[in-house]
Design a protein around this ligand. Structure first.
Ligand SMILES: Nc1ncnc2c1ncn2[C@@H]1O[C@H](COP(=O)(O)OP(=O)(O)O)[C@@H](O)[C@H]1O
Ligand SMILES: [Mg+2]
Length: 285
């Protein structure tokens, strides 16, 4: 794919070192270079500890980088603070693995989605109620969900509510960090389908992080492969099988196959068990 436009986000030589007293320093990011283009979904894959979440937290300013630069629309945003940081945070929204971490158990879903609309003065407060209903509908939740508390929602529904809140402020970029990893396979698929659909509708740029290459490949245009704090390779998602060169990428690809095989075997086993149970039922009258 040819990208004629300028990147919306650029990471230049990004380094992050964690120094903990009494521990060896950890280089969580080592000179990371990446570009995200308008409308693109950039996947990031790598095993646990490879630096994916650190990258996400640096980009969203939850963490300060040690060195290097983050550029947003050709502006240096590496060391923002105060109101500039607040405004920047609106542009790059983040969806985490654990939705429960960002809910207040006493705040209903409607108010949860409405909050940033009011804080960022996206619209007049009288209009927000209507907007919340519109957002709920867009993520496949019923209007009645607005009146529910977080614990009354399933994991998949919670993640939909978080996505509704994120798209509500009309950000330029949404960053998903293992956003579907805690969900059952079928629910995970529904959320992935939702993301693909939303992207078609809104053209929002996104960074989709997961340890699971098969999942990343489903939603991404390009995939950056991280290994021990470095981006070792960036490949076009559709060309993964032919153009992945790095041995680590190759090893991730084989583990994808083995996961598929495992799922297939588990399914077979379930079917066999069901047949046995069925037969036992018949035989026991
Ligand atoms: N707050 C922290 N303090 C110290 N070390 C950290 C911290 N967060 C992450 N690390 C370390 O940085 C490395 C990258 O972690 P992380 O970005 O969470 O990886 P991933 O999301 O790919 O699993 C790991 O070695 C991890 O132990
Ligand atoms: Mg992580």
């Amino acid at each position: 794919m040819a990208y004629e436009r300028l990147p919306i986000l650029e990471l230049k030589n990004l380094c992050k070192t964690y120094e903990l007293k009494g521990h060896r320093a950890v280089d969580a990011l080592r000179a990371v270079h990446l570009e995200l283009y308008p409308g693109e979904c950039l996947g990031i894959v790598g095993e646990s500890g490879s630096g994916k979440s650190t990258l996400a937290r640096c980009v969203t300013h939850l963490e300060r980088v040690t060195s290097g630069q983050i550029q947003y629309r050709q502006q240096d945003i590496t060391r923002l603070n105060g109101n500039a940081l607040r405004q920047q945070r609106k542009q790059i929204q983040m969806v985490f693995q654990e939705p429960s971490a960002i809910f207040n158990p006493r705040v209903k879903i409607g108010a949860f989605i409405r909050e940033p609309l009011i804080n960022y003065k996206i619209m007049k407060s009288q209009q927000t109620e209507q907007e919340v209903l519109r957002l709920l509908e867009r993520v496949g939740l019923s209007a009645a969900t607005a009146d529910k508390y977080p614990h009354e929602l399933s994991g998949g529904e919670q993640q939909r509510a978080v996505i509704a809140r994120a798209i509500g402020v009309e950000p330029d970029i949404i960053l998903f960090d293992e956003a579907t990893s805690a969900l059952d396979v079928s629910i995970q698929q529904q959320i992935l389908d939702l993301l693909v659909e939303l992207r078609k509708e809104t053209g929002i740029s996104s960074i989709f992080i997961s340890h699971d290459l098969a999942v990343v490949q489903q939603v991404s245009d390009r995939i950056a492969v991280m290994y021990q704090g470095e981006v070792v390779e960036v490949v076009e998602s559709s060309q993964l099988a032919n153009s992945a060169n790095h041995p680590y990428t190759r090893s991730l690809m084989t583990s994808v196959l083995s996961v598929r095989e495992m799922k297939y075997k588990m399914q077979k086993k379930n079917e066999e068990q069901e047949q046995v149970q069925f037969l036992q039922k018949i035989l026991s009258g």
